[in-house]
Ligand binder design. Structure first.
Ligand code: ZN
Ligand code: ZN
Length: 261
């Protein structure tokens, strides 16, 4: 099992729970050696705060991580980060956020602030936006890895040729940028969804997506995407995910510092 986790939220995003310290204690209990906080980044133009933290919570987020880093330095290495969308017109703001933390992960939830979410807007036309933004984000060099790269499957009910084409585009961009992809350990929180002839599935990991990833030279990493401290202690997540990906082989990252940038 992986001994680090770079995908951890805090209560500030509006849809997670638990004290920051409880995440650290859960990680120590789970024998995690490196814990990275990567809460949903605040954006200056956002108005909806159930998806992300408000800008005025940012300093408290960073100082809380810093004090936990000091307090637990003999037991665990704590890192600071953000999970971010990629908005081409807000790249300067993104660079500023990157300068405040140890790393950024790419979580491409929205093509437009507040109004569209790829979990609800993911028809064949929307998927072209998803692929284009992924390509630009990979090229930007700002990210350490891509979180739940098959996020677009969350609200779809079919896997078709457009999904295949888009997956190849994302893989080509990630391979070229040497950007690892995350196998998300928390896709099961949305429950099973029906994907037509493919039956009932979790949105991620989505087998057909990863079958294509396996054909590329792309490193992989597990991410708990913890929105509750207890998630970090739940081993069954690995088993469920590996059952889904059973016959595929990947090159799993062992040292988080080999990818952080
Ligand atoms: Zn979240
Ligand atoms: Zn997340």
């Amino acid at each position: 099992m992986q001994t680090f986790n770079l995908h951890t939220h805090t209560v500030r995003c509006g849809h997670a729970s638990g004290e920051d310290e409880a995440y650290v204690l859960a990680a120590i209990a789970a024998k995690i050696k490196v814990l990275g906080f990567s809460d949903h980044v605040p954006w200056s133009t956002a108005k909806l705060f159930t998806d992300r933290m408000e800008m005025n919570l940012k300093d408290n987020y960073l100082s809380s991580i810093e004090s936990l880093r000091q307090k637990y330095k003999n037991e665990i290495t704590i890192l600071s980060g953000y999970e971010c969308e990629y908005f081409p017109d807000l790249v300067d703001e993104l660079k500023l956020r990157k300068s405040e933390v140890d790393y950024l992960i790419l979580g491409l939830h929205n093509p437009e602030m507040d109004v569209r979410d790829f979990a609800r807007h993911n028809d064949d036309e929307d998927l072209l936006d998803y692929a284009r933004l992924m390509e630009e984000a990979c090229d930007s060099g700002l990210f350490t890895y891509i979180a739940h790269p098959e996020y677009f499957m969350k609200g779809r009910n079919s896997w078709n040729q457009r999904c295949i084409d888009v997956t190849h585009r994302i893989c080509k961009a990630a391979e070229k940028a040497k950007l690892p992809m995350e196998v998300n350990l928390n896709g099961m929180r949305y429950g099973l969804q029906n994907y037509g002839e493919l039956g009932d599935r979790y949105a991620y990991p989505f087998y057909e997506f990863w079958q294509i990833v396996a054909q590329y030279d792309i490193e992989t990493v597990f991410g708990f995407d913890a929105h509750k401290p207890v998630t970090l202690t739940e081993d069954f997540r690995y088993n469920k995910v590996m059952e889904i990906l059973n016959d595929l082989s990947f090159s799993w990252i062992e040292d988080p510092f080999s990818i952080i940038k």
